[in-house]
Design a protein around this ligand. Structure first.
Ligand code: GLU
Length: 483
């Protein structure tokens, strides 16, 4: 089985809008997107919203915005009325997604066909009857499945509620998964599955099969949690006489303790990571490494490099463990690479409005602290002292065993040097050499930052400028005097 067949590569991400964009969905979207880009194929977004009770527009919006934020644009779909996009143009991002709720006529046609060919039938069993059946099977030590009671019902009573079931043939299904290899499945374990609630309400397995066929999907790349659906979908493809796509089931994403990724351990929606100030390029890189690695085991990849390097053959079978330290490290790397003005722009939504009044000052602060930022959300705490000097105890100004008087004198001497701002740094350093580095530079740094740990005093001084620097030294001196 090859991942690069002669036929055109067409792949899709098919999220159900029943929650925000999940990490796992974003990873699946990325792998599909990379595969499409690599093979110059087409990437499709299909919103699987046939479950009207659980689907919401708000979630759809969240999923779409999340994918766009990550840069995973899709290439095809109904044209957005206001975009003016030409359907033949690729990668414009101006298409709406396909929505299953807008395709009910298509499903109806196929459901009717299955019913007419007696490959599907109406089932009138009530919940209670099904439950009874289930318990009877369990008590006999049998795996529970639908008994097929309505299979040969020649007098359907449509006054009773019904569903449509697929007549599952007893056979063995074998498919070749690009990641997992040969997968075998005994369909006797399945029982006749419900494929639709009625002619216009198809359920997941049927709608997926029809859409994948209608949309000419060449490769179904999705999470391993769907592997048990694959034989059902293949049976439906056989029944409808349509070609099977190539399957690739991606390993599950696991929490650090190797349990299934859950909110108990970690945030699971892309939104949360976005809100905490992880960059989209970080997440793309991180998600790519959740189950895939390059030949030389590199860690840092741009999207362009991923397109070149990505390969389904290098996707692992075993679960992919989520490593938060690695995510933080990666984010720090990407933050460090950004030019200060670009980073300042990205930080705008994370800081109080009035910090942005003086953009030049803001950018200077960003430049000074850049190397220390792991998540954008941590930035305000890190740099708050630049914008407002926090209150601090006078004794913090005193270095080690230095006396208060000595510290005061040093601060006064420094004050007079800072008055002549241009050459101040050199002169303060000369003073520090003669009167002791700790004794002079420590109180100066505390005077500027009001805290025990911060960037060096000269970096801060340069950003603060003459007036503010003098003011802060003065504050420190009066604090000591009155202590
Ligand atoms: N709607 C399914 C989901 O949200 C899609 C599964 C598939 O890719 O076939 O997981």
């Amino acid at each position: 089985m090859t991942e690069n067949p002669k036929k055109e590569v067409r792949v899709r991400i098919a999220p159900s809008p029943t929650g925000s964009l999940h990490l796992g969905t974003a990873r699946t979207a990325l792998f599909n997107w990379l595969f499409a880009r690599k093979h110059e194929g087409t990437f499709i977004l299909r919103i699987e919203d046939t479950d009207l009770e659980r689907s919401s527009q708000e979630h759809e919006k969240n999923i779409i915005e999340g994918l766009q934020w990550l840069g995973l644009n899709w290439d095809e779909g109904p044209i957005n009325a206001d975009s003016g996009a030409d359907k033949r143009e690729k990668h414009t991002g101006n298409y709406g997604p396909y929505r299953q709720s807008e395709r009910l006529d298509i499903y109806e046609k196929y459901i009717k066909k299955l019913l007419q060919e007696n490959k599907a039938y109406y089932c009138f069993c009530s919940k209670e009857e099904l439950e009874e059946e289930r318990e009877a099977m369990l008590s006999q030590g049998l795996p529970p499945k639908y008994s097929g009671r309505c299979r040969n019902n020649h007098e359907p009573d449509f006054s009773r509620p019904s569903v449509i079931r697929f007549r599952v043939p007893e056979t063995e299904i074998i498919f070749h998964d690009l990641i997992r290899g040969k997968v075998k499945f005994d369909t006797r374990l399945i029982g006749d599955i419900v494929i639709a609630k009625d002619l216009r309400t198809p359920l997941y397995n049927l709608a997926v099969v029809i859409d994948d066929f209608e949309m000419k999907i060449s490769h179904v790349i999705r999470g391993e949690d769907h592997i048990s659906n694959t034989p059902k979908q293949i049976l439906l493809q056989n029944a409808l006489g349509i070609e099977e796509p190539i399957y690739a089931h991606l390993p599950l994403i696991l929490s650090p303790d190797r349990s299934k990724l859950s909110k108990r351990y970690l945030e699971t929606s892309i939104d949360d990571y976005r809100r905490e100030g992880y960059l989209p390029e970080t997440l793309i890189n991180f998600l790519a490494l959740l189950g895939w690695h390059s030949e030389e085991d590199r860690e840092i990849f741009s999207l362009g490099e991923l397109i070149k390097e990505f390969n389904l053959r290098r996707v692992q079978k075993g679960g992919a463990v989520f490593n938060l330290e690695k995510l933080d490290w990666l984010n720090g790397q990407y933050i460090m690479k950004l030019e200060p003005d670009k980073l300042a722009y990205r930080l705008e939504n994370f800081v109080p409005r009035d910090w942005l009044k003086d953009k030049e000052f803001f950018t200077k602060v960003v430049e000074i602290e850049k190397a220390r930022i792991k998540r954008l959300i941590d930035f305000p705490k890190l740099v708050g002292f630049f914008f407002e000097l926090p209150d601090y105890p006078a004794k913090l100004l005193i270095w080690d065993k230095t006396s208060k008087e000595n510290t005061l004198e040093n601060l006064r001497l420094i004050f007079s040097l800072v008055e002549n701002f241009a050459g101040a740094e050199g002169k303060i350093m000369a003073l520090a050499e003669s009167r002791g580095r700790g004794e002079t530079l420590w109180p100066l740094r505390v005077a500027f930052s009001g805290q025990a740990a911060s960037p060096g005093p000269f970096e801060i001084m340069k950003a603060l400028g003459r007036e503010e620097s003098l003011k802060r030294i003065e504050t420190a001196t009066s604090k000591l005097e009155s202590s």
